[in-house]
Design a protein around this ligand. Structure first.
Ligand SMILES: [Zn+2]
Ligand SMILES: [Zn+2]
Length: 147
């Protein structure tokens, strides 16, 4: 998996920095679109939160986010059907497990063919790629709407 070969430890000051980190990733398909994960459950009103617990399997390319403030579960695409019960993500630097999450998408001509999921530790800013997956040339707008 491409993300796991990204070896250097880096930190991001903000979720915008994390998006930029994804866009600058080398050794993988070029990431032209990024999208910050937010929980749009109606109970959050006008302020969809961006803090999540993350479970992800880099080998299988599955991920699940659980929003910190409401416990709402978000499966990444068809992850539920292929679920491998990976352990919860915890920061390699400080061990806590609340993260901001950004999706990075590689597309050509409006068709998305690769997706990467990156996290930023909300405590110390450590960034990591947690999983990535090849897509069957999905319509970019549909994909962004489904994330
Ligand atoms: Zn929520
Ligand atoms: Zn940390």
């Amino acid at each position: 998996m491409v993300m796991r070969t990204v070896g250097t430890r880096e930190r991001a000051e903000s979720v915008e920095d994390l998006s930029q980190w994804l866009e600058n990733l080398k050794g993988c398909p070029p990431i032209g679109h990024t999208s910050v994960a937010r929980c749009f459950h109606p109970s959050h009103g006008d302020e969809p939160p961006t803090w999540f617990y993350v479970e992800a399997d880099g080998e299988a390319g599955v991920a699940r986010l659980r929003c910190l403030s409401g416990g709402h579960v978000h499966e990444l695409l068809d992850s539920a059907e292929r679920w491998t019960f990976p352990p919860a993500w915890a920061c390699r630097a400080c061990s806590q497990s609340i993260a901001e999450v950004v999706y990075g998408v590689s597309e050509r001509g409006g068709k998305a063919d690769w997706l990467a999921v990156a996290v930023r530790c909300v405590e110390c800013g450590d960034v990591a790629g947690v999983c990535d997956l090849v897509l069957p040339s999905l319509d970019l707008d549909l994909l962004l709407g489904a994330l």
